[in-house]
Design a protein around this ligand. Structure first.
Ligand SMILES: NC(=O)c1ccc[n+]([C@@H]2O[C@H](COP(=O)([O-])OP(=O)(O)OC[C@H]3O[C@@H](n4cnc5c(N)ncnc54)[C@H](OP(=O)(O)O)[C@@H]3O)[C@@H](O)[C@H]2O)c1
Length: 289
């Protein structure tokens, strides 16, 4: 008889995300064990509890989910989780990192663009590209051969994101730009065919006149769901709606795909005990949906 599917939620926030718990159940987990305020030093004992309780053939029915609002904290937890597994003896379980929904959201955003353009022809501007979602959008695009411009209010932060991605994707075509206000937009948008607004919620990063002044623009993806929205002229529920020559996706339009990817990623965890799902693996999964 197959074992009940147990998802062990390691959340860096004090209260483990209710959203992530609900999605886990909807994606087929029978039980969700939720731990909040998880610090790296607590991880080895938690992983021991996951990997040493069932026979190796049943370990595919136990999996780990790393969440919380702080993606850097989530990445650190993932490192310790991986170091705590015992792959030589088969004592390991699959793990998904999706702190702040960054991986599943970025995968959905990039899939939206792929509906319109081959990704290796994309010349993207990622506004607010230093946050967790923007960084992963930039990484996924670079991996697919796109040309990516990352913006930040501080040039040095944009450059740091580009440098980190170059380490993962040698030869990636990236540049960082400072975006201190609307006067910087024409230069940053010059020659771009795709723009993402991945800035903080309730901040408009691309006003309508700047968008219209960019004749090469084909696709605009806004990830901010809280008004004022990130791109003027793209509505929250837009899902490939063409307006003024640009195909627009709003945060809730992308959000539907994000939910499908999130559920599929949880379900994938229970297929085998050896999977590590981070940005690129989540994107590969999204491509199969
Ligand atoms: N649709 C979905 O399913 C979904 C899921 C998850 C997240 N989201 C949304 O996706 C967006 C990105 O998420 P995130 O967690 O990566 O965002 P974040 O970390 O909160 O912000 C991203 C970047 O925005 C810039 N920023 C912050 N305040 C700003 C301001 N007042 N003016 C201009 N830029 C500002 C910062 O960059 P610099 O300091 O470098 O300029 C920051 O690194 C958010 O709007 C979030 O709500 C959507």
């Amino acid at each position: 008889m197959s074992k009940r599917k147990i998802l062990i939620q390691l959340d860096s926030d004090a209260h483990p995300s209710v959203f992530d718990r609900v999605v886990a159940i909807d994606a087929g987990a029978d039980e969700v064990f939720s731990y909040g305020g998880v610090k790296p030093e607590a991880v080895p004992a938690l992983v021991d509890g996951a990997i040493f309780t069932r026979g190796i053939k049943d370990l595919k029915s136990t999996a780990l989910f790393i969440g919380g609002s702080d993606v850097t904290a989530g990445e650190r937890l993932l490192q310790v989780v991986l170091a705590s597994m015992q792959p030589q003896s088969g004592h390991r379980v699959s793990v998904l990192l999706d702190s702040n929904g960054a991986n599943t959201t970025a995968a959905a955003a990039v899939r939206a663009v792929a509906n319109h353009l081959p990704l290796n022809t994309v010349r993207a501007l990622v506004l607010g590209g230093t946050g967790p979602v923007g960084q992963r959008v930039a990484l996924l695009l670079a991996r697919q051969g796109a040309e990516v411009r990352v913006s930040s209010r501080q040039q040095s932060r944009a450059e740091a994101v580009c440098e980190a991605i170059r380490k993962k994707v040698p030869g990636a075509r990236l540049d960082g730009v400072a975006m201190t206000g609307p006067p910087d937009l024409p230069g940053a948008l010059d020659g771009r065919n795709v723009v993402f607004a991945a800035g903080a919620r309730a901040v408009t990063l691309l006003p309508r006149d700047a968008r219209l002044a960019c004749p090469t623009l084909r696709v605009a993806v806004d990830l901010n769901a809280v008004e004022p929205l990130g791109i003027e002229g793209v509505e929250m529920f837009d899902r490939g709606v063409e307006r003024e020559g640009v195909f627009g996706y709003g945060a809730l339009g992308v959000g539907g795909t994000k939910m499908k990817i999130h559920r599929a990623a949880i379900a994938r965890l229970f297929e085998s005990n050896d999977q590590v799902l981070d940005a690129e693996e989540v994107y590969a999964l999204a491509q199969t949906l």
